[in-house]
Design a protein around this ligand. Sequence first.
Ligand code: 3SL
Length: 252
Amino acid sequence: MQAKASIEVCYSPALFPLYNATDSIVVVIDVLRATSSICVAFENGAEKIVPVAKIDDCQAYKEKGFLIAGERNGEKLDGFDFGNSPFNYMGAQVKGKSIALTTTNGTQAIDAAKHAYKLVIGSFLNIGVLQQWLLEQNKNVLFLCAGWKNKFNLEDTLFAGAVASYLQASGEFMADCDSAIAAIHLYEKAQHDLFKFLENSSHRRRLERLKIEKDIEFCLMQNLVKVIPVLENGALVSMPNVKREIAESSPA
Ligand code: 3SL
């Protein structure tokens, strides 16, 4: 009998060195809001996004003809073209553009996992195409939750649990650590109303204080986009042929 591929969940970039990522597809998750915004940007035709950990390094990309985007603690950085709202990444303003992005947690998580076998971006917005693609790879999957300043958060865990639960149900994958099992249990409890489940979560309250509740509702919507951002040579690009492959392999 063929061994099942493993599913692991890492709840913080600070814990990431404990995992072996050289033989795993790493799915970086920052549901509120970095990985949701990245998915929206590619759905709207962005050419590439360079994730940058430090603000100064991101600013330097302006001279290279990039749009620069970023936030700290949820607020747009002074002098930057965009903040981190998914609504900033729609339409003509991103089509065909190269963007350098720095965020409090999301781009730090990408940086932590940049040497993985493969690094892809996950959010509820692209959950369907991502699940199907992961299933087809039949490779170990390691979910990396960006969390908040290296602390655990609920929304990234729920997303990891949703995809882990789907993969495990296929019979080809096995939740291989307690953190994956916990994420699945949490998702099963929350799945019928994610927004409500997150009512008292720290980042929902943080974003509500900034009066951006509409971003939270948007980022919890499922299957709005059909892209899988993937890290190649230090830049995120849209994985080619995803829409076509998924459409062909989806049941009618
Ligand atoms: O930390 C991040 O990467 C951001 O997604 C946080 S925020 O939603 O912009 O506050």
